[in-house]
Design a protein around this ligand. Structure first.
Ligand code: C6P
Length: 404
């Protein structure tokens, strides 16, 4: 059996999504900006996709949605254009974000610091959540933007976006949320929650990689990141990727219809997996379940290095991760675990398990059995390595490993 538990990194494309996008490769392939029928034939499908996206997040208007190539682009667009519009060409100089953002926000902020922008990286509490009162205390008259992720890709912890949105509105500060790990996993209602800009990515909810969107409240002015033709009203130049746009529309509709039911089914499987893994000694999960996306577990297993565990799981046909996929090649410690105060050694024990609506009960059974065996095996190996060989008196001595 193969078990894919890395759905926060990416998801399988739903076959219904593939079916819907296929005609737009070889049948309806014209450039939508062309005036002939080959081009205009795709217009209804593009309009339908925009409608599906704006309705899925309960935005007010279809004009508020702009398609991009991915959430990395959406995030960079907001940060770099706010810099240009409000800092270079305005009287602001400050951006607030967090220590635990995805690199597409965090590294973009680091780059803006090199251009002279003052950036505050807010800490998180012991659950990995950014507290609203902390956001409030750092806003000044010079703050141009607050950028805080809706839910963490590493822990699944959900930030108090509604409260933060209210604070930003009250203080007249623009608010961006990277909602890549929220859209399609939990309800996102943009008429209930105040957000000026919101980033989404189709491959996190069973759409293809390489297509994302940016919600721009009331289509407010935001200078383009890419200069070029008049695509998407001149807001995002580049020939429209029609098959992927169609796919994103279908994927978001499928992910968000009856979302409460889908969440309950995923949560039941996640909780069963989590309960079983917590039966192992010296294990803990970051963050409570109440404030977590229903598909995610970030678990730490004392005495077991995350990378070793991944390797062992991989041998058993189970795909998991130690955290963000884009940081995993560097064998970095888990950034959220470091941010909540774990030492480097502990932060290397994190394993992220993330389910999807396609995860089955028998896959969970298989994962539980294999995971427990892996932990036993790896703990046995690490305790034999931790033994200092026989002393002249013939005794063995256990080395103390340092854990909090
Ligand atoms: N996180 C993970 O393993 P793209 O691929 O550019 O559409 O999305 C980037 C992105 C932005 N924000 C968040 C919160 C994300 O989780 C991701 C993608 C993957 O966690 C790959 S690094």
């Amino acid at each position: 059996m193969k078990v894919y538990l890395d759905n926060n990194a990416t998801t399988m494309v739903d076959p219904l999504v593939v079916e819907e996008m296929m005609p737009f490769f070889s049948d309806i392939y014209g450039n939508p900006n062309s005036l002939h029928k080959f081009g205009t034939a795709s217009h209804p499908a593009i309009a339908k996709a925009i409608d599906r996206v704006y309705k899925a997040v309960n935005a007010r208007d279809s004009d508020d949605i702009v398609f991009t190539s991915c959430a990395t682009e959406s995030n960079n667009w907001v940060l770099k254009s706010i810099y240009r519009d409000y800092i270079v060409n305005g009287d602001k100089n400050h951006i607030i974000t967090t220590e635990v953002e995805h690199p597409s926000v965090y590294s973009a902020c680091k780059a803006l610091e090199e251009d002279g922008v003052k950036v505050t990286y807010l800490p998180v509490n012991s659950q990995g959540i950014v507290e609203a009162h902390v956001v409030k205390s750092f806003i000044t008259d010079k703050t141009a933007l607050v950028s805080i992720m809706w839910a963490s890709n590493e822990t699944g912890m959900i930030n108090p976006i509604k409260e933060i949105g209210e604070i930003c509105k009250e203080r007249g500060v623009l608010f961006h949320s990277d909602a890549v790990q929220a859209v399609g996993k939990i309800p996102v209602d943009l008429q209930d929650i105040h957000v000026d800009f919101l980033s989404m990515s189709a491959h996190k909810f069973h759409g293809p990689k390489g297509i994302g969107a940016l919600y721009i409240k009331n289509s407010q002015p935001l200078s383009p990141l890419l200069n070029g033709g008049e695509h998407m009203g001149g807001r995002r130049s580049g020939t429209l990727n029609v098959p992927y746009i169609v796919a994103m529309g279908k994927a978001i509709e499928l992910a968000t219809e009856n979302i409460e039911e889908k969440m309950a089914s995923i949560r039941a499987k996640r909780d069963r997996l989590e309960d079983a893994l917590l039966e192992l000694s010296d294990t803990f999960v970051i963050g409570d379940r109440e404030h977590r996306t229903p598909n995610t577990i970030l678990i730490s297993i004392k005495g077991v290095e995350g990378e070793g565990m991944l390797w062992d799981l991989n041998n058993g046909q189970i795909g998991a991760s130690t955290g963000s996929a884009c940081a995993s090649e560097d064998l970095q410690a888990n950034t959220v675990m470091l941010a909540i105060g774990a030492d480097n050694e502990l932060a290397h024990t994190g394993i992220r398990l993330s389910l999807s609506r396609f995860t089955t009960d028998s896959e969970i059974d298989y994962a539980i059995t294999h995971f427990k065996k892996s932990v036993e095996r790896l703990r046995a190996i690490s305790s034999s390595f931790a033994k200092v060989g026989p002393t002249p008196g013939g005794e063995s001595k256990e080395c103390e490993l340092h854990f909090h």
